[in-house]
Design a protein around this ligand. Structure first.
Ligand SMILES: *Cc1c(COP(=O)(O)O)cnc(C)c1O
Length: 460
């Protein structure tokens, strides 16, 4: 045993080895030296505990395993992913990628100080979101706007401010659950408003709302059933009809639009996505939506509508708990500016660029990528197939957009291939369909095609 200890390489010897020298340069000397000492301590302990049974690694093997261990620790939790799933707003992958203008704005604003609550014209105190709120009013036709953390926060804050302690009437066909942790009845309960369900799952009539109104009613709430569809014998009450009923009784109508389309998505073949401007035009007093769904901006929740109600919302104590930071404001402002020009927005907002990408273009890229990855030693066969992309992000799963994909069968199991791809840098995610890995070119940025090819060249 003494012999083994005497023959162990020294800390300095290991630090001079190729893999660890590289890590000292890229990480830092103290971290790597500590890693080496810990490894040697552990190793001595193992030898003491079970001398004779242990295989003595060469100094090179030791250096390699220390380097592997330290590298595994170094990998940040959030890693860049190439999205080959074909789901455009993939909640697991962070929903909308930001426009380069938004990224530049975040970078500039966060590097130093910014006029977050200072009015640079007067030198006095300013409101943190004023410029963005003005832009939201310009784009949606609203009188006023508020920005909070996400649409769940927008819903909770709005209900608390406008109908806390009162009843809010909702159709049974609109009591939605989105992505597991968002359930409307639970959000309502947290807001301190009382859910008053009316109608049935498939049919709700104007009279159902009328009959439920009483002296305890605080508001009527309409919710876009983003991620499901009721077909067959159905009846819903339109925004116009609901607004008329609410206003007749002096009550406000709150409309949770969900994805927050500022333009018409039917041009991409996606029907049924309500447009924020329409909701306000049809009489909603307040409309709520997400910033990182169909707008293609940062995660946030947007509340637009009548000044009177926005004032009430701003005065609610929850407002301070849900307000956004300067980076979100900068990113949202830069994204919304792109909406001032119909053509700019299509090419500059990544999700709109993906949605408007012509299929012929996708086929060409799929052909090229398939030809190049076919020679990978991990790939048994590879072909180009016509498929359908999905919008995702809690939007209707039945609405799909034609696309072209690379379809791969692997030597060995498909699970082992997907695992290797997840460990690539950047990580690559696709979808598995009948033992084949499908990579949808619509959600892969053109600039990432080369990374795909390179990743397949390195795995085996
Ligand atoms: C997505 C969605 C929400 C939740 O929005 P988050 O921004 O994820 O909090 C709420 N309501 C509707 C109708 C939605 O589509």
């Amino acid at each position: 045993m003494q012999n083994i200890f005497r023959n162990l390489p020294s800390v300095n010897q290991l630090l001079e080895s190729e893999p660890l020298k590289k890590l000292v340069d890229s990480v830092n000397h103290t971290v790597v030296a500590d890693g080496v000492r810990n490894f040697l301590d552990d190793f001595r302990q193992q030898v003491t505990d079970k001398a004779g049974e242990i295989n003595i690694p060469t100094p090179q093997e030791m250096a390699d395993s220390i380097a592997d261990f330290l590298k595994a620790e170094e990998v940040p939790y959030l890693r860049k992913v190439i999205n080959g799933t074909g789901i455009i707003l993939h909640t697991g992958l962070g929903r909308a990628p930001l426009a380069k203008q938004a990224i530049a704005a975040v970078s500039e604003i966060s590097q130093g100080y910014a006029s977050v609550e200072i009015d640079l014209n007067s030198g006095g105190r300013g409101q943190r979101a004023k410029a963005v709120e003005r832009l939201l009013c310009e784009l949606t036709g609203a009188e006023a706007a508020v920005i909070v953390n996400n649409n769940a926060a927008a819903t909770m804050l709005t209900l608390s401010a406008m109908a806390g302690g009162k009843e809010v009437i909702v159709s049974r066909g609109q009591l939605i659950e989105i992505g597991g942790s968002y359930r409307l009845p639970d959000v309502m309960e947290c807001s301190g408003s009382k859910l008053r369900e009316v109608g049935t799952t498939n049919k709700t009539h104007p009279a159902d709302y009328e009959n439920a109104i009483n002296e305890n009613t605080g508001a009527l709430l309409k919710v876009h059933p983003s991620n499901f569809e009721v077909v067959g014998f159905t009846k819903t009450v339109s925004t116009k009809e609901m607004a008329a009923i609410a206003h007749k009784h002096g009550l406000p109508l709150i409309d949770d639009v969900g994805s927050g389309a500022l333009i018409d998505y039917s041009q991409f073949g996606l029907m049924d996505e309500p447009i924020v401007q329409d909701s306000l035009n049809e009489g909603a007093d307040i409309a709520l939506f997400s910033g990182d769904k169909l707008i293609g901006g940062p995660q946030c929740g947007i509340i637009v509508g009548k000044s009177k109600w926005i004032k009430t919302i701003l005065a609610n104590p929850l407002m301070r708990a849900m307000r956004v930071d300067k980076m979100t404001l900068a990113a949202l402002h830069a994204t919304l500016l792109l909406y001032r020009d119909q053509e700019t927005v299509m090419t500059q907002v990544p999700i709109l660029r993906m949605l408007s990408m012509p299929v012929a273009n996708l086929k060409m890229r799929a052909d090229k990528v398939a030809a190049q990855i076919a020679s990978s030693s991990a790939v048994e066969a590879c072909e180009v197939v016509q498929e359908r992309s999905m919008l995702g992000g809690g939007s209707l799963p039945t609405q799909k957009i034609p696309t072209w994909c690379v379809s791969i069968s692997a030597y060995g199991s498909i699970d082992s291939l997907t695992e290797k791809l997840r460990k690539c840098e950047p990580a690559i995610m696709g979808r598995v369909q009948k033992d084949r890995l499908i990579l949808d070119m619509r959600t892969v940025d053109v600039s990432e095609d080369l990374h795909l090819v390179e990743a397949f060249a390195t795995i085996s």
